[in-house]
Design a protein around this ligand. Sequence first.
Ligand code: GAP
Length: 441
Amino acid sequence: MTKIVSLAKRRGFIYPGSEIYGGLKGTWDYGPLGSELKFNIKQEWWKTMVKNRDDVVGMSTSILMNPRVWEASGHMTGFNDPLIECKTCHQRFKADQEDVIAEHENWHKEKKEKVDWTKVKKFNLLVETKIGVVEGEKNTVYLRGEITQGVHVNFKNVLSSSRLKIPFGIAQIGKAFRNEITPGNFTYRSIEFEQMELQYYVKPDKKESMKQYEFWKNLRMDWYKSLGINSDNLRFREHEKSELAHYAKEAWDIEYKAPFGWKECEGIHHRGDWDLARHQEFSGQDMSYFDEETGKKYIPWVIETSGGVDRAALFFLIDAYSEEDDRIILKLNPKLAPYKVAVFPLLANKPQLVKKAREIYEMLKSPIPQFPNYPITVAWDDRGNIGKRYYSQDEIGTPFCITVDFESLEKDDVTVRDRDTMKQVRIRVEKLINYIKEKIC
Ligand code: GAP
């Protein structure tokens, strides 16, 4: 983890939030490469979950909502973590993190101090803020604790403004906030983070809902594998009844084998009719669906897939990190790599080489109508020796490096070096776009 954290900072993936002021625990800023990585993750998710499907539409809802939403959703009362406080130093911990608590006890024992704990209390995770312009009359509102509720409160809006029929889904990507008792393990547990979620509405039927549940569970697992995560590092884990969230009838996590243990990456939840029924009760609005075929009204059940963008980014980085001899390589799937290619003139002090390399750089960056992944991000580097430039690109996961040398001027070709195998091939410039396209598609 130390190596990943250091690489992330050094190369511009992730920095501690507001670092020049000493930081703010549990917040992180994504640098030039980190923001590309996150963008690519979200793009791949959106393609799989929305664009490639006829039964799913997207939404982008407000972070701030009427506080009644959180009463209805059960978050005011049920969105709690168990908290205990050390009576000696007043540090607070999540009561279910046994390893962290044991470590804290040992720390006191080593200093020959006694350790005593308060009783376990419920601690609500919603982050409060105030809105309004008149001091003393400001209203308390909450930064959304999950992006989910924005979708459910709009269920009828989406129904009436589209031609969707059950089963169908509404997808969303956006920020959520939680007053975590112990943020930590780098970005793994943050106070502010991004979620990517699907709320899939199905008939209130056990068999049908479980069929959909299995489908989405497997699709989500396959998504991580298809983007390069080693399948040995992924597993499903079913939630015990005692750990189910207040809204869930059934829940399975997709877990990743991180250096700090098997950890939740995404949750697949059977939410039953919890959300729509509660919003119907609290808002007094009809949240039911009218089935034209049977002429019956019902409150649909919901199958949810809920993943974290930041956790996915962290786990993709960890899984891609490798060291070979004296090289550090991020073996990121090309679809996720911040830069798809880097272009180098062999020598920076030879204007003919720089001119030709620059032309190739511009050509690769230009949009190609028939290829939706274009324009691609292309890096330019003309500093230092070529070996160092290759290594520098390996470390940030650039799948291909293109070098323009003297032969290129005569033959109108370039060398293309593969990040993982280090093999180099000569490709004619006219064939270059197709060559790259095939590799990164
Ligand atoms: N709508 C359901 C829901 O929010 P969750 O299991 O509480 O379910 C879903 O969260 C995902 O959001 C998690 O699997 C994780 O990827 C991400 N997530 C949750 N809390 C997080 C935190 N404090 N920091 C970073 N990511 C978090």
